[in-house]
Design a binder for this molecule. Structure first.
Ligand code: ABN
Length: 167
């Protein structure tokens, strides 16, 4: 037991000689400054940015590049779904839009949603690749609801990806 006491006493004396109050404060300060800097270190935010949801209600969304109409995402539907009480016209026009995040071109089908009066929100008229009316499949200034079972009232337009161009 006495031996154990001697060992502890020796250790404590050595510690007292080498470790000053100032050195303890210096170590503690260094630790705190280091810990504060950890959140500032560069981290890969790529995945978080890639996963960010696009704003379907913004006309700038890449898939609306050839749109001409009210965005269904602002009318109770989404970029791809007609709002309740309306239905998708079977005949449509198509555009080709580039998705900047993967650099690929997509064929997008712009289907009018029919059966209710005009939504009137988020009019989006970008017209990229729009062709004259004598080329209906690539002309967007038609009321495609004229051919739908739901009848002529045009409500809004959805934008559905049909295919992606091969690399
Ligand atoms: N295809 C959109 C649209 C609807 C009504 C009138 C013009 C264009």
């Amino acid at each position: 037991m006495a031996r154990y006491d001697d060992v502890v006493e020796g250790f404590t004396r050595r510690l007292a000689k080498t470790v000053t109050r100032r050195s303890i404060l210096r170590s503690l300060g260094g630790f705190l400054v280091g810990a504060a800097g950890i959140p500032l270190l560069p981290v890969s935010r790529g995945r978080a940015e890639r996963a960010a949801e696009p704003d379907e209600t913004s006309c700038d969304y890449w898939r609306y590049c050839a749109a001409d109409g009210f965005l269904c995402a602002c009318c109770g539907g989404s970029a791809t779904a007609c709002p309740p009480g309306t239905e998708s016209a079977p005949v449509t026009w198509v555009g080709t839009c580039r998705n900047a995040s993967d650099g690929r071109d997509y064929i997008v089908s712009y289907n009018d949603c029919c059966g209710k009066s005009s939504c009137g929100r988020c009019f989006c008229n970008r017209n990229e690749g729009d062709r004259p009316a004598y080329s209906p499949a690539t002309a967007n200034d038609y009321n495609w609801c004229a051919g739908s079972k739901a009848g002529v009232p045009y409500h809004c337009t959805v934008s559905r990806i049909v295919s992606v161009a091969p690399k």
